[in-house]
Each structure stands twice: as structure tokens, then as C-alpha cells.
Design a protein around this ligand. Structure first.
Ligand code: CS2
Ligand code: MG
Length: 403
């Protein structure tokens, strides 16, 4: 069997997704997700101009060799653009192998390690009351784990909070970046009140999570972790930017609140120290942004040695193809922790027919061969790319800071 075509499909059924489709001469097709929010066309070009031509004529069964060829063979290493492109190829090749074997991907990985994959959803609101209402609705929908974020008095818009009540949270804006204002002081003084209110009203039955989104300094993060200890979080996410992995030592000295990091990581090297020094509890690398199933498996195996569990990023800006791949991975990976699931609009789900399903707080990838997700190319073509960007954040005096 040989690869005959590798096509990149960029479509915007509500938001932009980049999908790679690999076709073969005598076997099935496979697809992979290469979406990098706000920088979609850079990955599309990397694939179209530099990777797709190298795939034609290759044997799609040689997944490991093709991964090594694309990674080591480029000479230039790591980075979200390169690694997302390689990940899309990797996913598509696993899809082909699964379809050829007539087996769902999780069976190729070693079979199910659990009955279902616990997922966490988001509850957010412009104030604490609105957040509590959404929490109640998500609990009612069956979720056993809920991430809570809310508006902060004195700040116009805050990460993770929808612009209007009950609207799906969508950080990217069409056309140009929105500028938001940030104050760590206001946030730190307010956010423990949110958790106090949630636990007071709903008790301790659900797992609670929170995303700081890389905003705090290490000592501020330590203060927050300590302040939230009475509310027993499942995890506190991205408390400080993680380029400096050693910075997490300081947070760890002060708090027992579990930490989750890694949604912006692209390789095992980005999390090696965090894992080996047990500076985090959950590693949030994804199939798309961290090199596909082939590389994610390597990260998870390293993490398992240090009792770090997986907690893959699962926003709606990774396509339903990535969600499918993630669920196969999660069902198999021995050191699984939790999967994020933000959900998708009807329009997005129509473009990507899928076998995965949600039931009472747990998900399952389904038993269709391969990834169990397809792309309706005709429908996708009806939604052309629309430029969209993530926000940027500034302190109250105008200084640019991490969004
Ligand atoms: C995030 C995302 O889901 C999360 O935890 O931090 O909302 C993230 O901001 C987006 O994926 C960026 O594209
Ligand atoms: Mg996050």
C-alpha cells in the first residue's frame, strides 16, 4: 500500500479547523487534526508546502518511521506549527491502520483500561450567581467534573467567561485580536469566594477545576493554591507560564492543590523537568499539539514513572477529529486522569460525523475502525476560512501580559 494523496482542508463551521486527509492506492483513507487556534494557515502551509509532497509514495503502515522522518528530517525541531503538522499525519496513519485492521484505535494501543473516560465541562458566568446557575445545569446534564470560572469585579472581560449568559465560550474573535485588561490583585482577592460559594451550594460531590491561564507569578500562584485548599480542587491549571519549568518548585513548596500544565507544550522536552521532579500532577498535552498518538504515548509513559496522570486539553478549537483520537488514547492510557470536553456546535458536528459519544459524565470513542471520525468534505467546503485571533491581555497601565 502507498500514499497517493495528502490534502489539507481548512474550513470554518463556526470556527476554523485544519484537517489533513491521506489517501492510499489500495487501502482506506485516514484523517488527522492540525488546528492551531489563530495560526491555522501557518500549519496548513507547513503541511501543503513541506510535508504532503514528502508523503506521496510512502508506505502508510510505517507510522513510527514516518514520524521520525518528519521530526528529525526537518532538522528544525519542536514548535507548535511543526509538531501540529506531524501530529495530523500521525493521526491519519493510525486511522488508516485501524481501518485496515478493522479495529478501533484503542484496541491497537492495547485495549480499554476502563469502561469510560471521565470528562470535565465548563461552568462560567459574569458573576458568581450566573456561574452557580450554569454549574447546576451541567450537574443536571450528568457531569461529574466541572471547571468554574467567573467574571471579576472591576475587569471588563475575563478568560473563560462568555460574553452573554449561557452563550458558548469562544475566545477567538473574527477579524482581529480583542484586547483585554488584567489585574492579578483583583483576581486573587475575588476567586476564592467563587469556590466557597460553589462548595457551599453543591457540596463536595463533583470534581472542581480551575484555569489560571498562565497569569500569575510563582509566588502569587502559591498564594492562590493555598487559599483554595479548603475547596479540594481536582486541579489548578496553568498557574504560571511554564517555559521556566523550575518555577514550579516554588509553587510546590507552598501548596498541596494539585497542578495541571501542558496545553501549549509540543514535546516531551517541554515537560521533562516538570514530570521528573514531580512538580505537576496532570500533564495536559494533546494529540494535535504534541505530536500525535506516537509522541503523546511517550509523554504518558514518562509521566507514569512519576505518578503524573494525563489530563488532555479538549477545547472546541481542537476539532472533533482530535477529540476522537484523544478518547481512544484516554480509554487505553494506564495513567489516565481526566479529559476536557467543551463540546461542539451542531454545525461543527455535522461537518465531522463521529462515533464518539457522551453519557452521564463519561465519554467513549466508539467501536468504529480507526479514529471513528470522518470529514464531510462537501459540507466543509461550504464554510471557507475566516481570519480569527485569540485575545491579548494588558495590565491596567497598558503593559502587555500573558493572555
Ligand atoms: C484553555 C483553552 O481549555 C482550556 O483549558 O486554556 O480555552 C485555550 O485558551 C484555547 O484552547 C486557546 O485556543
Ligand atoms: Mg487551559
Amino acid at each position: 500500500m502507498k500514499i497517493t494523496h495528502a490534502d489539507v482542508i481548512v474550513s470554518c463551521p463556526g470556527r476554523n479547523f485544519v484537517t489533513l486527509k491521506i489517501r492510499t492506492d489500495s487501502g482506506p483513507d485516514g484523517i488527522g487534526d492540525a488546528t492551531l487556534n489563530g495560526r491555522e494557515l501557518a500549519v496548513a502551509s507547513y503541511l501543503k508546502d513541506h510535508i504532503c509532497p514528502l508523503l506521496i509514495g510512502r508506505d502508510p503502515s510505517r507510522i513510527e518511521d514516518i514520524w521520525q522522518y518528519l521530526y528529525k528530517g526537518a532538522y528544525w525541531r519542536r514548535g507548535p506549527v511543526t509538531v501540529s503538522a506531524i501530529a495530523a499525519v500521525d493521526m491519519a496513519l493510525w486511522d488508516i491502520k485501524g481501518k485496515q485492521a478493522g479495529l478501533p484505535l484503542y484496541q491497537l494501543l492495547g485495549g480499554a483500561s476502563r469502561e469510560g473516560v471521565i470528562v470535565y465541562t465548563h461552568a462560567n458566568g459574569r458573576d458568581i450567581d450566573e456561574t452557580l446557575d450554569q454549574y447546576a445545569a451541567k450537574k443536571e446534564a450528568g457531569y461529574k467534573a466541572i471547571r468554574v470560572q467567573c467574571g471579576i469585579p472591576g475587569m471588563k472581560s475575563v478568560y473563560g467567561v462568555s460574553k452573554s449568559k449561557d452563550a458558548a465560550y469562544e475566545p477567538a474573535t473574527k477579524g482581529w485580536s480583542e484586547e483585554q485588561c488584567w489585574s492579578s490583585e483583583k483576581y486573587l482577592n475575588y476567586v476564592p469566594k467563587l469556590f466557597e460559594a460553589v462548595r457551599e451550594r453543591f457540596g463536595f460531590d463533583e470534581h472542581l477545576l480551575h484555569d489560571v491561564h498562565h497569569r500569575l507569578t510563582p509566588i502569587e500562584a502559591a498564594r492562590l493554591g493555598k487559599a483554595l485548599e479548603p475547596y479540594s480542587l481536582f486541579w489548578l491549571e496553568d498557574p504560571t507560564p511554564a517555559e521556566d519549568q523550575a518555577a514550579f518548585r516554588l509553587i510546590r513548596q507552598h501548596t498541596t492543590t494539585p497542578l495541571a500544565v501542558g496545553e501549549v507544550f509540543n514535546s516531551i522536552w517541554d515537560c521533562k523537568q516538570l514530570i521528573e521532579e514531580q512538580l505537576i500532577d496532570y500533564i495536559r498535552t494533546t494529540v494535535t499539539h504534541a505530536g500525535g498518538i506516537t509522541h503523546l504515548r511517550r509523554i504518558a509513559d514518562l509521566a507514569a514513572l512519576y505518578q503524573v496522570r494525563t489530563g488532555s486539553h479538549g477545547p472546541s478549537d481542537l476539532s472533533p477529529v482530535c477529540m476522537g483520537a484523544a478518547l481512544h488514547f484516554d480509554l487505553w492510557v494506564p495513567n489516565f486522569g481526566m479529559q476536557e470536553y467543551m463540546g461542539y456546535s451542531e454545525q461543527m458536528l455535522e461537518v465531522f460525523p463521529h462515533a464518539w459519544r457522551f453519557d452521564n459524565g463519561f465519554m467513549h470513542p466508539g467501536d468504529a475502525p480507526g479514529l471513528g471520525v470522518e470529514i464531510d468534505e462537501k459540507l466543509a467546503a461550504r464554510y471557507p476560512y475566516e481570519p480569527a485571533y485569540l485575545p491579548v491581555a494588558r495590565l491596567e497601565d497598558g503593559t502587555l501580559c500573558s493572555w
